[in-house]
Design a protein around this ligand. Structure first.
Ligand SMILES: Cc1ncc(COP(=O)(O)O)c(C=O)c1O
Length: 494
């Protein structure tokens, strides 16, 4: 929607008003009173320029209490230009408006494990000092246990003070990393489909996103495709590195595809990062959610990579408690010290009680790790059943799911629908998957997210025939999904 930002002044008459259409407010008037019958030039603004002007005869006398109701200068910082439209907003709104089963957003709708709930309760009702500030870079028992837990996995001796930073969710870790490391004009390679904040975070830091797409290859006849069939072209990837490349963003297991990068694929990325002296920002929030015996490999564990990698994790995804918003980033001190500068001067720290609860959860997990009682083992076992349930159900109406090897998500191919019902309502240039997802919400009561939003603008048309479902949902939600799909199936029968 256009927003108020600046004004056009045409003296002496008519009176010029800038108008913020989203709020319906008058934002600037050059005179204090408009009498009925005055000709007023209304100027509708986008963020940076006048969109439309029209002359109206003002219907009644209007006193403006202040000369400026809303600032008429360009309101937002230039770094927001081009990123102020977020397609999620529309889908979240639609999901609220209709009676739907929401398989769109990536959060569990079941309880975290009992030990996690108890840890949080204890953190809020126990030591009153947990109501106060703690160390800026992390509550000491949390940084200590994170360093010990991940140090073993990565084969590194980690110093809780130097190699760990606790942040407000993995989002906080990403933001801090981009702000600390990406400079004006730096290029950042983003492997797409990509979690949709990498591009705006690069832009906000003044960097230039450079995209390289994973490309699908067809599955064997009669078989379902797998997220593993989506591969990087090594020559294309190599061609994206230039002397301006500062960092590459990796996400394994990948959102939205569910791809788990193999060691061989990671070695390719690692070699190129080392050859071109590039940092790797590795988003591994779904690292425990890996299925069918596939292995999650942290790129930081490969030879020569610890020194140039930031590894990002999320307690929300690890313990099915996304609202806690505790994340972390680990890496060598020489890189982390710059993230600490950003963190110290922006967020300062993440809520102490939530950090204390996460520390307890990791203490518990460290005792059980590798055993059947480990939550990091139980969660993927349970979610694999959900995944398989969803894969079976979606096929009943002709949606073609790709089998994900990891993460909360699977994507389904809707190209059959695209050829059968190509003219779904929507804007002319709107990618098909967005029109389909809206149609599905309104007509079938199911929410999924169009996959084109995980691609850069120029590539969206090539990937406009997939939608993303989240299967980290309660049994009752999956049953409700089944009911909707059965109804849809009946409607399809002649
Ligand atoms: C790939 C990826 N990274 C980071 C995040 C953010 O995690 P957090 O909730 O810990 O901020 C998400 C959340 O959906 C995600 O999918």
């Amino acid at each position: 929607m256009p927003t108020a930002s600046s004004h056009l002044l045409r003296e002496p008459s008519p009176i010029v008003l800038s108008v913020c259409t989203s709020l319906g407010n008058l934002c600037r008037c050059e005179r204090g009173t408009i009498v009925a019958g005055t000709t007023v030039l209304l100027v509708l603004h986008s963020s940076s320029s006048a969109l439309r002007e029209s002359s109206v005869t003002w219907p009644s006398r209007l006193h403006l209490r202040t000369r400026r109701l809303i600032m008429s200068k360009q309101l937002q910082a230039r770094r927001l230009n081009g990123i102020d439209h977020n397609p999620w907003v529309e889908f979240i709104r639609l999901a609220k408006e209709y009676d739907v089963v929401n398989l769109g957003q990536g959060f569990p709708d079941f309880s975290p494990p009992d030990f996690a709930v108890q840890a949080f309760q204890q953190a809020t009702s126990g030591d009153f000092m947990l109501n106060q500030y703690t160390m800026a870079f992390g509550y000491p028992p949390l940084t200590k246990i994170l360093a010990s837990f991940f140090g073993k996995l990565l084969g590194q001796e980690l110093d809780p003070l130097k190699n760990m930073l606790v942040t407000v969710g993995a989002y906080g870790a990403l933001f801090t990393a981009f702000q600390a490391l990406v400079d004006e004009g730096d290029e950042v390679i983003i492997i797409e489909p990509a979690f949709d904040c990498y591009e705006p975070m690069t832009l906000m830091a003044g960097g230039r996103p450079v995209f390289v797409s994973l490309k699908p290859s067809p599955a064997a006849k009669g078989q379902l495709e797998s997220s593993n069939d989506w591969q990087l072209d090594p020559t294309e990837l190599a061609s994206k590195f230039t002397p301006r490349t500062k960092a590459l963003v990796l996400n394994t297991p990948n959102n939205p595809l569910g791809k788990v990068f193999s060691k061989k694929e990671l070695e390719l990325v690692a070699d190129l990062c080392q050859q071109h002296d590039v940092l790797c920002i590795s988003d591994e929030v779904y690292q425990w959610l890996v299925y069918d015996g596939h292995q999650h490999v942290s790129i930081a564990s490969l030879p020569g990579m610890w020194e140039r990698t930031l590894t990002i994790g999320s307690a929300g995804k690890s313990f099915s408690a996304t609202g806690w918003k505790v994340g972390w980033v680990m890496g060598p001190d020489r890189i982390l010290k710059h993230l600490r500068t950003v963190h110290q001067n922006s967020i300062f720290h993440c809520p102490t009680q939530a950090q204390a609860a996460v520390a307890q959860c990791f203490e518990r997990e460290q005792q059980h790790f590798g055993q059947p009682s480990s939550y990091f083992l139980q969660l993927p076992q349970a979610m694999k059943l959900n995944r398989d349930h969803m894969i079976r159900s979606l096929q009943s109406v002709g949606l073609k799911p790709l089998i994900p090897q990891g993460s909360y998500f699977l994507i389904a191919d809707i190209s059959d629908f695209k050829s059968k019902m190509p003219n779904l309502p929507g804007a002319e240039d709107e990618p098909y998957d967005r029109r389909f997802a809206k149609w599905m919400i309104k007509n079938k009561g199911l929410v999924a997210i169009p996959v084109s939003i995980f691609f850069s603008q120029p590539h969206q048309k090539d990937f406009d025939h997939y939608i993303r479902f989240c299967f980290v949902k309660d049994e009752a939600t999956l049953q409700a999904m089944d009911e909707r799909l059965q109804k849809w199936k009946k409607e399809l029968q002649p």
